[in-house]
Design a binder for this molecule. Structure first.
Ligand code: NDP
Length: 448
């Protein structure tokens, strides 16, 4: 009989925590999981999943227009935000139920309450109950960062955006990253007037420059306004409920909603971690080694709370690797090289590997291939929107070290192509593959 109540106590039922719980349990561990909000975490409840459904919903705006060129009589259509919002939220409820069922099926004990760490092998639930576990896994994710400025309480974050009572006519979005560009596309397609306000002069830092420029250019053509080098000064609430956003270096902007998308910080505050000697970095991320183990040997962490790569599939891999290593007798280390990523903007971006600038710095001698084309569908639709595919090749080895794409379905195409980049295939391997015609993806094997 173990001296502990559980073999593993997981805090946080998001992507990483649920995967770790389920796999550890399937390896025979007695697992408990505490979640203070909803099972599924950011991705399922207020992130990737509802966002992607809104992206689909938004894209109909263009599809319905384009359909006329394809022979369909489409009357002028009206968009009903409340209907889409409620359908999306119902789908989120359904998924939350499925996650709960999976935990049930794996006999994971779920505590729907906040838990904090009170010792290297002890947690305390909100009602004061203390539970011991041989190991504790922190998988509490991240939290939207809202910079401090007067009136910041009038802004919403990605936590609230899925629940808006009405569709705002004018939206100001602070930030130039993933969430800013994705929601700019969504609201713009729904007919809102969107202004992105960025503290610097770069959107989507980390992505290839040409691809970013293309998104900027297309977004502006679609009517999204950008203000660069314009940090927020304050937000003022007017008598009619509207907001006035005051900026450095720019005229004030009137808005009905202000969305702050200025990054996410590790959700490590108030968990009792520092008190028991778990080391955090300057941003509050739990410092872990490649085995996901913190400075306290019985305490591990996976996902956004460790601030390695803030992506759901990475958290899932970390959760799986932790459970396999610790409870499955299969030591596994997550490989962070060539992690593909996507921005579900309008149009979307997909990328894997080094950008041109990174490759030049790291490898020196590289070859760059681009295809700048108008998707067949866009040509017939009369939509003057060009896709851009870019391949970065190590000149010394012919190996493809980066792929960057913006255009319709870019993330869908990139996922398959990322296998080739991960496998270390060469430009010649791409060339030797017969094109699949007519498709957009064929551009990847026709690059000259
Ligand atoms: P990002 O890190 O993508 O972008 C943050 C933006 O906010 C940048 O433009 C940054 O500017 C700016 N910023 C940072 N700090 C401040 C500040 N103090 N004041 C003003 N502006 C600031 O964050 P997001 O919030 O968009 O998304 C959070 C994370 O969630 C992403 O990093 C990503 O990992 C994940 N995510 C992934 C998605 C996907 O996979 N498709 C979708 C949505 C989110 P600067 O460039 O100058 O630093």
């Amino acid at each position: 009989m173990s001296e502990f109540d559980f073999d593993l106590f997981v805090i946080g039922a998001g992507s990483g925590g649920v995967r770790a719980s389920r796999i550890a349990a399937s390896h025979g561990a007695r697992v408990a999981l505490a979640e203070e909000y909803r099972v599924g975490g950011t991705c399922v409840i207020r992130g990737c999943v509802p966002k992607k459904l809104l992206v689909y919903g938004a894209h109909f705006a263009e599809d319905l227009k384009d359909a006329r060129k394809f022979g369909w009589d489409v009357p002028d259509c009206k968009f009903d935000w409340n209907r889409l919002r409620d359908n999306v939220l119902a789908e989120v409820d359904r998924l939350e139920g499925l996650y709960g069922q999976t935990l049930d099926n794996h006999k994971v004990t779920l505590f729907k309450t906040r838990a904090t760490v009170v010792g290297p092998q002890k947690v305390r639930l909100a009602d004061g109950q203390e539970i011991s576990a041989e190991r504790i896994l922190i998988a509490t994710g991240g939290w939207p960062h809202v910079p401090e400025f007067p009136g910041s309480e009038h802004a919403i974050t990605s936590n609230e955006v899925f629940h808006l009572e009405t569709l705002p006519k004018r939206v100001v979005i602070a930030g130039g990253g993933y969430i800013a560009n994705e929601f700019a596309g969504i609201f713009n397609e729904f007919g809102s007037k969107v202004t992105i306000v960025n503290r610097g002069d770069t959107i989507l830092r980390g992505y290839d420059e040409q691809i970013r420029d293309r998104l900027l250019q297309i977004s502006m053509t679609k009517g999204i306004e950008f203000k660069f080098n314009a940090p927020f000064q304050s937000i003022e609430k007017n008598d009619d409920g509207s907001l006035t956003v005051h900026l450095d270096n720019s005229e004030p902007i009137q808005a009905d909603a202000v969305l702050v998308a200025a990054g996410r910080v590790p959700n490590s505050k108030g968990l009792g971690l520092e008190e028991i000697g778990v080391e955090l970095d300057k941003d509050g991320a739990i410092k872990v080694d490649e085995a996901n183990q913190s400075s306290v040997p019985s305490i591990y962490a996976v996902g956004d709370v460790t601030n390695r790569i803030q992506l759901t599939p990475v958290a899932i891999r970390e959760g799986q690797a932790f459970a396999d290593s610790v409870f499955g007798g299969k030591p596994t280390v997550v490989d962070y090289a060539n992690v593909p990523s996507a921005v579900f903007s309008h149009p979307p971006i997909g990328a894997v590997g080094m950008t041109e600038a990174e490759a030049r710095n790291k490898l020196g001698s590289i070859r760059v291939y681009t295809s700048d084309f108008r998707a067949m569908k866009n040509v017939l639709a009369g939509r003057n929107e060009r896709a851009l595919y870019k391949m970065i090749v190590n000149a010394a080895t012919d190996q493809v070290v980066g792929l960057h794409m913006i255009g319709p379905d870019a993330p869908e195409i990139l996922q398959a192509a990322a296998v080739a980049v991960k496998a270390g295939l060469t430009k010649t391997d791409f060339d030797n593959t017969v094109a699949l015609h007519p498709s957009m993806a064929e551009e990847l094997v026709l690059l000259k």
